[in-house]
Design a protein around this ligand. Sequence first.
Ligand code: TK8
Length: 358
Amino acid sequence: MNLFWRNTLTLAGAATLTLGLAHAQTPDLSDPPDIEGDVLEDHGSHTLRMGIGLAESSPQYLSVKYFADILDQRTEGRISVDIFPNSQLGDDVQMMEMLQTGSLDMTYPSSSPATTYVEELAAFDLPFLLPNRDAAIAVMQSDTAQRMLDGFEGSGIKALAFSENGYRQLTNSARPVESPEDVAGLDVSGLTIRTMENPVHLSIWETLGANPTPMAFGELFSAMEQGVVDGQENPWSTILTSNFHEVQDYGSETRHVYTPFILMISERTWERLAPEYQELVQDAARKSAEYEIQLATEYDDWSREQLEEKGMQITRLDDEQIAAFQEAVQPVYDEWAPRIGEDLIAEIQEIVESTSSQ
Ligand code: TK8
């Protein structure tokens, strides 16, 4: 075969592989809603730097691309957003601090590490509080949740919208987990589980007999690769798009906590924007958060199936097995409900019940 054809076939092969890999990273996702509204008058130009923790194939990244496109189209490019994925600018805690100092304009952390700013957010960390996605969305879009976003005022951070990180699932490299006893290990030591930097999550895994290790998300892959931790817990789409299946053999569909993301902007950046631009940023944040929830929904089950295809042994838990976990973590409610606020938790449970009765 002459050199021309060999090179051509090689290029074609590479292109096919690339397309294949690119396709393999996402399910058939809904397109973003059309961008509507007139172009705003010229109120100056801004380049917003946004750091996020997840990969370019994640629902988080795809939705902030849509956020950027709305701002670009509605200002004819006068507001542009430079997106830095994969925790390259730091982890959730560090990037929130960068918003406070004004060294970063936007970020998109989980609610769990943000409880240091607004303690009421810890309600979302109570295990099994939100029984299904409809209930979770209703809570995130409620006045109760808006009060939590407003609670950031004066911290240097303006919280714009909630979206879906999702239901957290346990993975580990040691053994299949079907019960709390499998976490604690009867004749072997308890699993060492990385947790987010959040006291309720520490309490959950201590109560289950594990050895919880708080750690920044960006350090997690190498910690699992080196065996520093046995496992972690995150939604299936994060596990897939962060390639955790390469270092985790076992998954358990625990759905033990539903974690929101919070789209945030530095108050210093916000105050530099003209009121018309502020209104646009807030509207684009809400629209991109709704789109992110749509993408996260479309990703969820598909990601679990992809992980199984890639060799992860995933244990689905039946109602009885889930009930065993719920019973085992009841002490977490006993400890944390009074500290978070019984009235707040009652408000959330009322919203949950109102959705289930629909
Ligand atoms: C990404 C994190 C991640 C979270 C975690 O920035 O830390 O495990 O679930 O999504 O926010």
